[in-house]
Design a protein around this ligand. Sequence first.
Ligand code: GRF
Length: 186
Amino acid sequence: MIDVAIFASGTGSNFYNLAINPELKNLINIRCLVCDNPKASVIEKAKLLNIETLIVNPKNFDSKIDYEKYILENIEDVKYIFLAGYMRIISPYFLGKFKGKIVNIHPSLLPLYKGKDSIKRAFEDKVEFIGISIHYVNEEVDGGQILAQDKFRVDYKLSLDEVTQKVHELEHRLYPKTIIKILTDN
Ligand code: GRF
């Protein structure tokens, strides 16, 4: 079993979906959920699944480095970190401790629509295809090597919420599949 941590800040549908995936259950041990937002509903999901949760509020630390050092102390033996809606930029210091071992999922066809509100921006631009990307994390926001992508043609009779739902469905299919590939290839 490979020890991993999942970082999330929000709803946690991706976290939940990874945690219940039967194939992943045979491959990984989710040592903990790291959550920077004490009010995030992902925390409830982790409780439900009996997954240890490290709630770390950055406001309680003097600096970003102190905040990250605290997290690092708690995930020492973890081999991979999977970001699932973690809304913070990871410092070069932290990245240095997990070189090539941090993976993120982003709701756009990178390199398009990096950053926040990607689905909304793509939808408002009336792009033909909306998609998702899974990529290694490097120092550039949403900029690391792309591992997998998927997309669908947007039907503009649908609302933004409906399109967002379709994006999440793609995410829930592709993230576990990609993680399994990373873990079995390496
Ligand atoms: C997902 O769209 C993911 O791609 C992005 O943040 C969102 C998290 O959603 N990074 P959830 O909390 O997993 O439901």
